[in-house]
Design a protein around this ligand. Structure first.
Ligand code: IMP
Ligand code: MG
Length: 179
């Protein structure tokens, strides 16, 4: 375990099983479709890299980078596109791949933006779901695991841009946030 981590919520083994299950399910559901997996940088990168290799049907991937307006901790959901998708969405069955669905404000904004580009269908796959924190009227179609209302790091998720490289999902010791 890392010195800053208080407890592990999902071990590497549990994450592997979770991703394999999602991969099987998505491969089955999209076998007659035109799957395009899209993720928003940077938190979802680790999940995306594992999930795409757990998918046994042809698929494409694309990435988008956004930044939230304002500097507060609370997200308004309104975002500025820093890097847009490379692909035109028409004709694709879009699967948005997210690290964590929290308030859902950011994702609901992006969803609206991408739906306007006429993909054939749009669904959401999130590695983690924190349903207690939801503000936007939004649900994921595929959920890896539900987590309690605690700040989690690892497997792509950061605190102040750190800990993304931890291979497990954990909760930090309170003194790490204390400064
Ligand atoms: P939302 O708009 O509130 O749903 O924001 C979701 C984004 O906030 C995620 O994509 C993460 O980057 C970040 N986030 C939310 N909860 C956590 C957490 O527990 N750990 C790390 N990042 C988080
Ligand atoms: Mg973050």
């Amino acid at each position: 375990m890392h010195k800053d981590v208080e407890k592990i919520l999902l071990s590497e083994e549990e994450i592997r099983e979770t991703v394999a299950r999602l991969g099987r399910q998505i491969s089955e559901d999209y076998k007659d479709k035109n799957l395009l997996m899209v993720s928003i940088l940077k938190g979802s990168v680790v999940f995306m890299a594992d999930l795409m290799r757990a998918i046994s049907i042809p698929c494409r991937i694309d990435f988008m980078s956004v930044s939230s307006y304002g500097s507060g901790v609370k997200t308004s959901g309104v975002v500025k596109i820093i890097k847009d998708l490379d692909l035109n969405l028409e004709g694709y069955d879009l699967l948005l791949v997210e690290d964590i669905l929290d308030s859902g404000m950011t994702l609901s904004y992006i969803l609206e933006l991408l739906e306007a580009r006429n993909p054939k269908s749009v669904k959401i796959c999130t590695f983690l779901d924190k349903p207690e924190r939801r503000i936007a009227d939004l649900q994921a179609d595929y959920v890896g695991a539900r987590v309690p209302d605690e700040f989690v790091v690892g497997y792509g998720l950061d605190y102040d841009e750190r800990y993304r490289n931890l291979p497990f999902l954990g909760v930090l010791k309170p003194e790490v946030y204390g400064g």
